[in-house]
Design a protein around this ligand. Structure first.
Ligand code: HEM
Length: 267
């Protein structure tokens, strides 16, 4: 049996995670707008030439250049749109907005993933390794598989299943954000053990290429299990996993904002 306290604990930890995620993803959106959006508005596609991206703007590669610009600018809209889908108040008060934003979210996630897959395999690898590319690409393929499932359950009006698959899709689309948090948190904890700084490869980054969505998905499944089983120990276990994740994420978001995103936007 679930005790009142363990149910409350689970709800509070989930809410704290949600609050941090929404705030942290908006910081990422502001970074994309302030760094890439500003360049695009000033110089168009060639504005992506002087960024830190290893394969940003490449003169002569029109398809790749359009893909990278689309990939990053659309990313801004899905990350922002995804956070709005999670807010219960918006779902309840503005159901039409939720439906349209959801359709746009799913379509954009597919386009961004296809562009990401194209960039990964059509362009020469400058940093990283093949296993890292496989990890990230698997995430992209899962987005292509999960997207129609989310829409299917919405059309069938099976809202519990719709909500669960939508949350799984959200974790996958957020992988790019989790990867940065995972890596910066790791730098803080270990000084970068398992990371080869010269070409951004190494065992930790292979792990992170898969863990960027596998870890959030695993914690999410634990949360669903706790909700279904209604048992005290399960509620405590899920709350603990969410709390550890939230603390790690809070540190990662703080460090990333202060050391990477803010300096790049202000430069
Ligand atoms: C759908 C969710 C995704 C979002 C929201 C997203 C977003 C982004 C963003 C914001 C950047 C710029 C990073 C920065 O400035 O720190 C980026 C870069 C990149 N993304 Fe994605 N991405 C997604 C999925 C993918 C997938 C599935 C792949 C590959 C299969 C991919 C491949 C890439 C590559 C290769 C770059 C760097 C380009 C370069 O080498 O210069 N992305 N992405």
């Amino acid at each position: 049996m679930a005790t009142f306290t363990s149910v409350k604990l689970l709800n509070i930890t989930a809410r704290l995670w949600l609050t941090l995620t929404i705030a942290g993803q908006w910081l990422f959106v502001l970074y994309i707008a302030g760094f890439y959006g500003k360049r695009f508005l000033a110089k168009g596609i060639p504005g992506f030439a002087d960024t830190h991206l290893p394969n940003g703007y490449i003169p002569g590669d029109s398809t790749g250049n359009i893909a990278i610009v689309m990939h990053i600018l659309l990313a801004m809209f899905i990350i922002a749109g995804g956070t709005l889908q999670l807010l219960p108040a918006i779902r309840k008060r503005y159901p039409a907005f939720h439906r349209w934003n959801g359709r746009i979210y799913v379509c954009t996630a597919i386009v961004v993933s296809l562009a990401g897959l194209y960039l990964t395999f059509a362009r020469e690898r400058v940093i990283g390794s093949l296993p890292q590319e496989i990890g990230t690409s698997l995430g992209g393929v899962l987005i292509l598989i999960f997207s129609p499932v989310v829409i299917y359950y919405a059309l069938k009006r099976q809202y519990l299943l719709h909500q669960r698959w939508a949350l799984r899709l959200f974790m996958l689309v957020s992988a790019v954000w989790f990867l940065r948090i995972l890596t910066f948190g790791w730098f803080l904890l270990t000084g970068g053990w398992g990371i080869n700084r010269s070409d951004f490869s190494g065992p930790f980054l292979v792990f992170a290429a898969f863990a960027q969505y596998m870890l959030p998905l695993a914690v999410l499944e634990l949360y669903f299990r706790a909700k279904d089983m209604k048992q005290r120990n399960m509620n405590i276990l899920a709350s603990l996993a969410i709390s550890v994740g939230t603390v790690y994420m809070a540190v990662g978001v703080g460090v990333l904002t202060a050391m990477i995103w803010l300096p790049r936007v202000l430069k």
